[in-house]
Design a binder for this molecule. Structure first.
Ligand code: DAT
Ligand code: MG
Length: 151
């Protein structure tokens, strides 16, 4: 495993339901480093770009409408194997299949209201981070706890 970055977002339902702090707390307590964070409503075109891979799916219009229905908390988290581990912390796409203890397994029921997003590969993470953040929004800082989190 390598030190990676991933794009994690609290979707509009997660923001409306007051789950922002809880979701941040999970990544923070796990030991990952917060690299960037903002509350945004980026608009339809941006969201269509974010989910470009899914544009031919029947649920695509509904997905974009949902993602455009309120503010989103966009974040970049860094750490060892964080792309795969972030997905594991999120749980399965369909919350009914997400294990309890995961974000979706603890807070969601419907696939179209699954509370949070996480990049599914290092390549997609790089693409998504570049879409959602300007280079100068990515903050370089040293975690004082680093020696207690990594060997
Ligand atoms: P994930 O968000 O786990 O990466 P994905 O990239 O395949 O899943 O799909 C993006 C989002 O689209 C997903 O979080 C919820 C929605 N979605 C996926 N499959 C769906 C389906 N069969 N019906 C309705 N919405 C769906
Ligand atoms: Mg995905």
């Amino acid at each position: 495993p390598a030190i990676e970055r991933t794009f994690i977002a609290v979707k509009p339902d997660g923001v409306q339901r007051g789950l922002v702090g809880n979701i941040i707390a999970r990544f923070e307590a796990r030991g990952f480093r917060l690299v960037a964070l903002k509350l945004v409503r980026p608009g339809k075109e941006h969201l269509e770009q974010h989910y470009a891979e899914l544009k031919d799916k029947p649920f695509f219009p509904g997905l974009i409408e949902y993602m455009n229905s309120g503010p989103i908390v966009a974040m970049v988290w860094e750490g060892l194997d964080v792309v795969k581990t972030g997905r594991a912390m999120l749980g399965a796409t369909n919350p009914l299949a997400s294990a309890p203890g995961t974000i979706r397994g603890d807070y969601a029921i419907a696939v179209g209201r699954n509370v949070a997003h996480g990049s599914d590969s290092v390549e997609n993470a790089e693409r998504e981070i570049a879409l959602w953040f300007k280079p100068e929004e990515l903050v370089d800082w040293e975690q004082s706890q680093k020696a207690w989190i990594y060997e």
